[in-house]
Design a protein around this ligand. Sequence first.
Ligand SMILES: Cc1cc2nc3c(=O)[nH]c(=O)nc-3n(C[C@H](O)[C@H](O)[C@H](O)COP(=O)(O)O)c2cc1C
Length: 412
Amino acid sequence: MGYKETLLSPIKIGNKECKNRFFAQPMECVDSDAEGNPTDLTYQRYENLYKGGFGLVDLEAITVTNESRARKTQLEIMPRNEKALANFIKKLKEVNPDTLIVFQLTHSGEISEPDFSRRVCVKPTYGLGGDILTEEEVDHIMDQFVLASKIAESVGADGIDMKLCHGYLGSQIIRPYNDRDWKYGGSWENRSRWAYDLMERIKKNVSKDFLIGSKMSMWEGYPGGFGSAGPDSPLMDMTEPIDLIKGLEERGASYFVESLGNVHAAMNYMECLKDGSELSYLHIYFADLMKKALKPETVVIGSHFSPFRGKKNKLLSIDPEKSGIFPMGARCIEDGMMDMIGLGRQSFADPFTPAKLAEGREDEIHYCTMCMNCEELMIRQQPVGCVTYNKPYTQRFVECRKQFGKVNELHT
Ligand SMILES: Cc1cc2nc3c(=O)[nH]c(=O)nc-3n(C[C@H](O)[C@H](O)[C@H](O)COP(=O)(O)O)c2cc1C
């Protein structure tokens, strides 16, 4: 089978049919209105992904609370947002009824921006800190996630992604560094309680076909982060991550999105800079690890495919005909390392990537240049889009640099 056939073949996720193997990664774009509702700008982005033929779209990190959040104009999912979200999904489904959409539910915890919200943590991390959360507060946050799942279903989403990646609250609770002796910390039993109880509660509150899955950093990539051997250990240890995905699968998860890294401490692992393209291979390894640990029907989605680009990438020693996103992605699927491929920065560079492949217009695809200017816009709390190929964002970036100067480190 050629790569086109593989990538355009359908796959079942839970009881739903996904029309191809293209997954649009959740990409925060800081363009909601003051109440956290999608704006025209938000709609345009998703309309393009729907027209572009992605099989599954993960709506960017949408916060279950307004109190603690990472972006000033971040999408929010609370009762006051229900009407706007319902309208948003209705319009998208009219554009393309085949594309599935899940909402990535999040709470930013220690990554919350203290300039406009409350930074909270489960145990202060060097360089971050925040008010220490009580058990009652975490119980309340769990209630907010459950409510958000019910809202997601009522507004027409196909499922949710329980965010356990990149150092946001979900990661903060499950990581070994959370060795505080409390209901949600210390032993693995206590740390995993957050994810397991939440999954069970969501499951009880939604219909049986509603998809529940999770994007997770299998290894956060710094001492004490998730996937390390102890609260301050620099050693990688996959015992807990593997246990977690199996436990979530038993409780009803039908898909997982592989990821690595932490937005504060190890960003290159989650989205490498221009010179780190070979880190994509690490992601393939972890996706494969997940795939082998789970039941065959549980869908595993691989991440970090943007660096493969078209035939012109920074990957040496392999035939360019084999190293582009399409041949590499198809190979990973055909060899059983994963079921779908996630496109993040590439979905900014060209939201029509799947449609262009399907229509034999591969030579018209714009490939991500890995400039990371999209990330810089996000750090500056500006609406985010592709600075290279999308003129209004190029203009915004130029103004942003004039006003704030260059970001020294691509950390949030
Ligand atoms: C501007 C920007 C926003 C992002 N927002 C999110 C997000 O909301 N949730 C998430 O899980 N990952 C987020 N990511 C990470 C991507 O989803 C993806 O995992 C990463 O970029 C690697 O994939 P890629 O090589 O295809 O870009 C973001 C990345 C960028 C550059």
